[in-house]
Design a protein. Sequence first.
Length: 228
Amino acid sequence: MTKKILLVEDEKTLVRALAFNLEKEGFEVDVAYDGEEALGKIEQEEPDLIVLDLMLPKVDGYEVCRAVRKTSEVPIIMLTARDEDIDKILGLELGADDYITKPFNARELLARIRAIFRRTAQHEALAKKIIRMGSLEVDLVKHKVVLKGREIPLTSREYALLSFLVSNAGRVFTRGQLLEQVWGFDYCGDARTVDVHIRHLREKLEENPADPRMILTVWGTGYKFREG
Ligand code: CA
């Protein structure tokens, strides 16, 4: 997907040169020439990254950065003069992701932009929290279960039981422990409730529910999800 970059800078020749270079690299570029215009565009167009000059008409870069950070984690690269207080720019007060000191060339800026997009891509992959066990995928964020590429509809309790077992694959749980963990302390059911849900999960997920390969019975103890 094309990444959208908002350039905020009032020096029009610099803006034109940067926009030209970023577009050449395949980015979608939008421009704001003062802080007020920037805040409007950030809200309306939700850019993937902001290149923000400190010295701007109307609302300066500090104020824009502070305002954005109240509601958004969008990466911000600050354009600064040599004598700027870098600790303040990158610190908690402003929370910019990176800075670049003027004068700079487009290639330097591109390298910083690419580095930030690489980092955010890594974070996104980690934040997705998908557990894969053979041909089974459990998406812990979307509460979605996919088996051999097909989404399997589960009740919320079936999902809760499966995701708990999968998250603790290889560990054996008694029916009592599963009741506590999945149904909660104040649930007034008995161990057979667990058995019924395990049976339903096996019917939905196992090739042969009578000979399960994923959700295993540990005789005399309880259940476990196969390891690895
Ligand atoms: Ca400026």
